[in-house]
Ligand binder design. Structure first.
Ligand SMILES: NC(=O)c1ccc[n+]([C@@H]2O[C@H](COP(=O)([O-])OP(=O)(O)OC[C@H]3O[C@@H](n4cnc5c(N)ncnc54)[C@H](O)[C@@H]3O)[C@@H](O)[C@H]2O)c1
Length: 371
């Protein structure tokens, strides 16, 4: 693509989360939101006005057919991510998809095939990998500060029983299936902290059922589901997803252990993240505040856009993922979270659903690179 030509972007699911990405686009030169699409006519018109789009569509296929798009942002409910991404890729339109990449192994396979056959690129919008603390840890790992990372924990604890009734697809696809249905926010950053590694097998168990929906039905998802992930390197990762338990939200809990360093994120707003690095901590038992050493490890994106990113959604992730996506399109380089990274983040959760149904049996996780 010529560096000078504007990039035309369409947003599907624009009346929901897809429309909340305006701030990022305002930063970008020669990128315009050309078209918006949603099946909710009222919300669509509001999104069109707010995003300044020239065109609006109630039908996604029509948007792809009629609008001259270079890229599409898929911000629709979970079961639409893969089919809508595939439809765009088949037309040579770049895709930035909401998480997870798909809701079944079969559609993940189809998505991988579509990427192989397309000149366009695919990126998963795993925005939690872009938060300031998570990117600082990624940079520390890259520079060897953790030695060999071998154990990590990630937790997504977000009570959404009320939201289930407003965005009804959640009741089916997030709390209507047992196992880890929404695990990429927790596994995604951890995979970036174990570069080159991937999950080769998982087992999953749950804490039982203690809540009912407003119709009196038990949620199919157990309240807390824990997935253990065996890494190819032999390392271990523990992921907990809980969307039902009554308690304050805590969606970005992380721990990382390496041979030379250890990181524990804060669990509540009043707390601080803490880190121990053999190379920098005064002794074996003294934690550091990562901010004390942040200057040396702050990635360029946070240096340049930090102020704005802080005011954008999801700890800056919403802004920085779009900047990365557009950079990848402009430069023709692979996106940071391309199709196989997206599969590495998505497939373990799908296999965990089979494991929990098989009484927590360890099951192999397919490698999309072999598909
Ligand atoms: N990355 C994050 O931090 C984050 C945060 C929230 C939600 N999400 C993900 O984003 C997606 C959307 O979540 P949300 O909370 O905005 O949901 P939502 O229900 O509020 O919005 C989805 C929108 O898609 C529209 N839609 C449904 N079917 C459509 C179709 N066939 N064609 C066009 N539009 C259609 C709906 O009318 C709605 O406006 C979900 O997959 C969710 O998991 C990610």
């Amino acid at each position: 693509m010529s560096a000078l030509r504007a990039i035309n972007v369409g947003i599907v699911g624009a009346a929901g989360r897809g429309g909340r990405l305006r701030q990022a686009f305002e930063l970008l030169d020669r990128v315009r939101i050309t078209a918006v699409c949603d099946i909710d006519a009222e919300g669509l018109e509001r999104a069109r006005r707010e995003l300044g789009a020239a065109e609006s569509y109630l039908d996604y296929d029509k948007m792809l057919e009629r609008s001259e798009l270079d890229a599409v942002i898929v911000g629709t409910p979970m079961p639409l991510h893969a089919p809508q991404a595939i439809a765009a890729l088949e037309r040579g339109v770049h895709v930035l998809s909401e998480v997870p990449a798909g809701v079944s192994i079969e559609e993940c396979r189809c998505l991988v095939q579509a990427c192989r056959g397309s000149r366009a690129s695919y990126m998963l919008g795993e925005n939690v990998t872009y938060t300031r603390p998570n990117m600082i840890v990624t940079e520390m790992v890259r520079r060897g500060e953790f030695g060999t990372p071998y154990y990590a924990e990630g937790e997504y604890v977000h009570e959404l029983k009320g939201l289930n009734e407003v965005t009804k697809w959640r009741r089916r696809w997030q709390t209507g299936i047992n196992g880890v249905t929404y695990g990429t926010h927790s596994l995604g950053p951890i995979l970036q902290w174990m570069p080159g590694d991937r999950v080769v097998s998982v087992c999953c168990a749950g804490s039982g059922h203690h809540y009912r929906d407003p119709r009196g039905d038990e949620y199919e998802n157990e309240d807390s589901c824990v997935m253990l992930c065996r890494m190819r390197s032999g390392g271990l990762v523990k992921i907990r997803v809980d969307m039902l338990s009554d308690r304050p939200h805590s969606m970005m809990n992380f721990q990382l252990q390496g041979t030379d360093g250890c990181y524990e994120s804060r669990r509540a707003p009043a707390q601080r993240d803490r880190i121990w690095l053999r190379s920098r901590s005064p002794d074996a038992n003294t934690w550091l505040d990562p901010e004390e050493v942040a200057e040396s490890f702050l990635p360029e994106a946070w240096r340049i856009h930090g102020e704005l990113a802080r005011t954008a959604g999801h700890g800056g992730g919403d802004l920085l993922e779009i900047l990365d996506f557009v950079d990848a399109i402009r430069s023709g380089t692979p996106p940071r979270i391309g199709i196989h990274e997206a599969m590495d983040m998505t497939i373990p959760g799908l296999i965990s659903q089979q494991s929990i149904a098989a009484d927590g049996r360890w099951l192999p996780v397919p490698d999309s690179r072999e598909w």
